[in-house]
Design a protein around this ligand. Structure first.
Ligand SMILES: Cc1ncc(COP(=O)(O)O)c(C=O)c1O
Length: 399
C-alpha cells in the first residue's frame, strides 16, 4: 500500500475510534416518515420544514417541466443555460423577497460562495459570526479578504472589530470594503441573529450586510419571507441568500439584492459562472413551492406552534437552558438537545430510533468539541400528538 493511502486508513481508523466517523445512511422515502432498516420512523432529521418535498403539486410541476423542456439545462447560465423559466423565477423570487433582483445558483452553498467572493476582495474585511454555516466560512476564506470571527451573536465584539479596521485605514471613506456575514437562523443551534443590531452596525460603518436565510425562508415572518421579515429589517439587509433545499422542498440557491449586486455576481463570481444552470424541473418545483407558501400560511403557523410547544416543554424539563446557545425566543423548527460527547449523542439518537424517531446525532467538527447533540428538525406535517410523544421520549431518556 502506498504511503498516502496508509495515511488515509490511519485517519479513518482514528475517527472511528473517537466515534467521529461519518457515513451516509441509506434511507427510503423522504416525508413525514422515513424508512430505515425496514422500520418507519417519524422524520425529525430533514430540513423539509413545510413538508413540500413530496407534495404532489411540486412533483407534477417538475414532471410537466421535464416533459416540456427535458432533464438538464445543458449549459452554464451565461453560455446558453438560461431559459425563460430561470428569468421568470428570478423575478418571482425578487418580488417575494421585496428585492430589486434575484439570481438562481445550483445550490445554496454555491450562492454563498458566489455572493461573498464577488463582493469581497483582498484588502477588504469580512466579519463573521463564529457559528456561521460552512458555506459562508469557506466563501470568506476563498475571497482573499481579511477574515475576523466574532463570538456567536456578540455584536459588541463585532462593533469593536469594525471600529478597529476603520482606524487602521486612516480615513472615513476607505476604499476597502467591510462586510458583515451571518446566518439568520443558525443551522445547528436553531437560534437567531439580532438583525436590527447588525443593520445598525452596517449603517454606522458603511458595511455590506449579507444574511443567509437558508433556514428562515418560507418559515418565519407573516408571509414566510424569513427572519428579516420577522425582525422587520427586510429593506435594511444588503444581500440575502436563500436556498430551495429546505422549506421549499427542492434544490437551488437564490441571492436577492439590488440589480447592481446581482450584475456584479453574474460578471465576477466563478461559482455562478462556471457551473451548469439548474434544470427546468427544479425551477418548476420552486415556483410551485412559492405558490404554496403564499396560499397556505397555515403550514408555517402550525410549524411555529409546534416549535414553541417543543421549546417550552424542553426548557421546562431542563433539556434546553438559557445558558446554551440553543435557547431562543423565536420559534424556529431547529431544536438541538446537547448531550456533550459524540458517544452520548449517538446513544440518544439510537434510543430515539428504538422508539420510532429519526433524529440524527451531530458531532464535531460540525459542532464544537463537547457540543455533540441530536438535532431535531420539526416539520409542518407533524401533529401535536407526534411532538407530545417526542417530548415524553426525551423526558424518559433525559441525558
Ligand atoms: C445556513 C445554511 N446555508 C447554506 C446552506 C447550503 O444550502 P444548500 O443545501 O442549498 O447547498 C445550508 C444547508 O446545508 C445551510 O444550513
Amino acid at each position: 500500500m502506498k504511503t498516502w493511502h496508509r495515511q488515509l486508513h490511519e485517519d479513518l481508523k482514528n475517527l472511528n475510534e473517537a466515534k467521529l466517523l461519518r457515513r451516509c445512511k441509506s434511507l427510503e422515502f423522504q416525508g413525514r416518515t422515513i424508512r430505515h432498516h425496514d422500520r418507519d420512523l417519524l422524520n425529525l432529521g430533514s430540513n423539509d420544514y413545510l413538508g413540500l418535498a413530496n407534495d404532489p403539486r411540486l412533483k407534477d410541476a417538475s414532471i410537466a417541466a421535464i416533459r416540456q423542456s427535458g432533464t438538464g439545462a445543458g449549459a452554464s447560465r451565461l453560455a446558453g443555460g438560461t431559459t425563460v423559466r430561470h428569468n421568470q423565477l428570478e423575478s418571482h423570487f425578487a418580488a417575494f423577497k421585496h428585492a430589486e433582483a434575484a439570481l438562481l445558483c445550483p445550490t445554496g452553498y454555491q450562492a454563498n460562495l458566489a455572493a461573498i467572493t464577488a463582493l469581497a476582495r483582498k484588502g477588504d474585511l469580512i466579519c463573521q459570526d463564529k457559528l456561521n454555516h460552512a458555506s459562508m466560512i469557506d466563501a470568506a476564506r476563498w475571497s482573499g479578504a481579511t477574515v475576523r470571527t466574532f463570538p456567536h451573536k456578540q455584536t459588541a465584539k463585532l462593533a469593536r472589530l469594525l471600529e478597529k479596521h476603520k482606524n487602521q485605514s486612516g480615513s472615513d471613506e476607505p476604499t476597502s470594503r467591510r462586510l458583515i456575514i451571518t446566518d439568520s437562523v443558525f443551522s445547528m443551534d436553531g437560534d437567531c441573529a439580532d438583525l436590527p443590531a447588525l443593520c445598525e452596525l452596517a449603517d454606522c460603518h458603511d458595511a455590506i450586510l449579507i444574511v443567509d436565510e437558508a433556514h428562515g425562508t418560507g418559515v418565519l415572518g407573516e408571509h414566510g419571507i424569513g427572519l428579516c421579515e420577522y425582525q422587520n429589517v427586510e429593506h435594511r439587509v444588503d444581500v440575502i441568500l436563500s436556498t430551495a433545499s429546505k422549506a421549499l422542498g427542492g434544490l437551488g440557491g437564490i441571492i436577492s439584492s439590488t440589480r447592481s449586486v446581482i450584475e456584479t455576481i453574474v460578471n465576477h463570481a466563478n461559482p455562478f459562472i462556471y457551473t451548469t444552470a439548474i434544470p427546468p424541473s427544479q425551477i418548476a418545483a420552486i415556483t410551485a413551492a412559492l405558490d404554496i407558501i403564499h396560499d397556505e400560511p397555515w403550514r408555517r403557523r402550525h410549524l411555529c406552534h409546534l416549535a414553541s410547544t417543543v421549546r417550552q416543554q424542553l426548557t421546562e424539563c431542563g433539556l434546553i437552558t438559557p445558558s446554551t446557545s440553543s435557547w431562543c425566543d423565536v420559534p424556529t423548527p431547529i431544536i438541538p438537545v446537547i448531550t456533550g460527547t459524540p458517544e452520548s449523542a449517538i446513544t440518544l439518537s439510537e434510543q430515539l430510533e428504538n422508539r420510532g424517531f429519526y433524529a440524527p446525532a451531530i458531532r464535531p467538527p460540525t459542532v464544537g468539541p463537547g457540543m455533540a447533540r441530536i438535532r431535531i428538525s420539526l416539520r409542518a406535517d407533524l401533529e401535536h400528538a407526534d411532538v407530545e410523544n417526542l417530548i415524553t421520549a426525551l423526558h424518559d431518556l433525559r441525558v
